[in-house]
Design a protein around this ligand. Structure first.
Ligand SMILES: [Zn+2]
Length: 175
């Protein structure tokens, strides 16, 4: 079995390369040894398991496709909103430091994906509890609800930089 000290996390991809979830590296090694998954990307460290030695997998892909029911929506968090909007203020393109409700909450605006955007402090203060029409401002595109496994992972946990290629996240997203 894997020796101690290999307790990392491994990104598990479906047979279609779609990100599924994060498993322990130990679990990933078991899957690889059982030929239920194959390594896609590995660390420099080598783990000795059973009679073989293999690099610690960072990303593995299932050999058989599994159908997974996903939750309807991605949890709304500050981190996930910043990720969706590329860490920039949707109004001026400056560095985002806060979350703005497009329709202010005082005017019945909801705390939902389609009403929440990343904003800089200055725009947030300037806009205050006014509507976009009153400000004469416009959004580059309507705020959307992100979907898919990659977003589910991004919204809830720290992302290993070596998973980026598989999650399709921009370089600017901090891990
Ligand atoms: Zn701004």
């Amino acid at each position: 079995m894997p020796s101690p000290g290999t307790a990392g996390a491994t990104l598990l991809l479906n047979a279609t390369y779609e990100p599924l979830c994060v498993v322990s590296s130990r679990r990933a090694i078991v899957l690889v040894l059982a030929e239920k998954a194959e390594p896609v990307d590995s660390a420099a460290d080598v783990v000795h398991a059973e009679r073989v030695s293999l690099p610690v997998p960072v990303v593995v892909r299932l050999t058989r496709y599994v159908r997974v029911p996903y939750p309807a929506s991605v949890p709304l968090s500050r981190r996930a909103v910043f990720t969706r909007d590329g860490q920039v203020c949707v109004y001026c393109g400056g560095s985002a430091t806060s979350i703005d409700h497009v329709v202010p909450r005082s005017r019945g605006g909801t705390h939902t994906w389609d009403n929440v955007v990343a904003a800089c402090r200055r725009c947030n203060h300037t806009k205050a509890d006014r509507s976009l029409a009153e400000m004469g401002w416009a959004l580059p595109h309507p705020p959307r609800t992100p979907s898919g496994a990659a977003w589910r992972l991004l919204g809830t946990r720290t992302v290993d930089p070596r998973w980026r290629d598989w999650l399709g996240v921009p370089e600017s997203v901090s891990a």
